[in-house]
Structures are given as structure tokens and as C-alpha cells.
Write a protein that binds this ligand. Structure first.
Ligand code: CO
Length: 144
């Protein structure tokens, strides 16, 4: 495995609009994307950028709100009505190689490799095999 940078922390929220207000007014975030629907993943998504010394490629907060009653994050929000940390996402240089390595280590992978909210291939690893954290693996975006 070749660990890349922490791309984002996934934060489930019952209201992206309320979370945007929080990150802007309480946390002082100045770079927040326009929310968009990702119906095939069952979520609405919004990215909050954190700054870096270079001004580029800061770790993001990925706000996710249920898209509908079948959303995979409905269960999480039922247990955590105020929302909270849902997953962490690390970049890797080669998604297929990373998947094969995790499989070789006996880690449970949740579903197929698919295109995630950033337009790059991703997959998720079972939290029980990952120190209690639902872990997303993302191929490093080409423009980074
Ligand atoms: Co994510």
C-alpha cells in the first residue's frame, strides 16, 4: 500500500445549508462549493476547502446529506441526528493496485470501484477492518 494525502473527511449532515452556515460563520471557511446531487450514491454533496501554505489542494470537508429515503447515510443520521464524522478518504496513486492489496490483506471492500463525488475512482473499506473508521480510497485526481 502506498498511502497518499488525506483528501477529505466525510461529514454527514441533516442539512447542507445549515452546515455551510456553520463552516462559513463559525469556522471562517472562505472556499465552499455549490452543493450538487449525486443520486447514484444517494447523497447531496458540498465541499468545504481548508487552506494550505501553497493555496492548493487542502484537505476538504465533504458534507453529505441524504438525497432520498434510500440514502445509505440515513442509518447513520438516525443514530447521529445532528450529523458527524462519517468517513475518511485517502488518496492512492493506483486504485486498482490498492484494491488488490487490500483484498490480499483480507480487508472487506464495500461494493465495486466506482466514480465518486470528485469524479475519480473510489471504493470503501469496512470500518471493522479499518480501526473503526469507514475508509474511502480515492485515486489521486490528475489535476492535483
Ligand atoms: Co467521501
Amino acid at each position: 500500500m502506498k498511502l497518499g494525502r488525506l483528501n477529505h473527511i466525510g461529514v454527514a449532515t441533516p442539512s447542507i445549508a445549515d452546515s455551510i452556515t456553520h463552516y462559513r460563520d463559525v469556522m471562517g471557511a472562505t472556499s465552499i462549493s455549490t452543493p450538487f446531487d449525486l443520486p447514484e450514491q444517494g447523497v447531496k454533496v458540498c465541499f468545504v476547502d481548508t487552506p494550505t501554505d501553497t493555496g492548493l489542494n487542502g484537505t476538504q470537508i465533504e458534507l453529505i446529506e441524504p438525497f432520498d429515503d434510500a440514502s445509505p447515510i440515513n442509518g447513520f443520521l438516525a443514530k447521529n441526528p445532528a450529523g458527524g464524522q462519517h468517513h475518511v478518504c485517502f488518496e492512492v496513486p493506483d486504485i486498482a493496485a490498492a484494491r488488490a492489496e487490500f483484498e490480499g490483506m483480507g480487508k472487506r471492500i464495500l461494493g465495486p470501484t466506482r466514480i465518486g463525488a470528485h469524479g475519480t475512482p473510489i471504493f470503501f473499506l469496512h470500518p471493522k477492518d479499518m480501526q473503526g473508521m469507514l475508509t474511502e480510497i480515492m485515486e489521486t485526481p490528475i489535476d492535483h
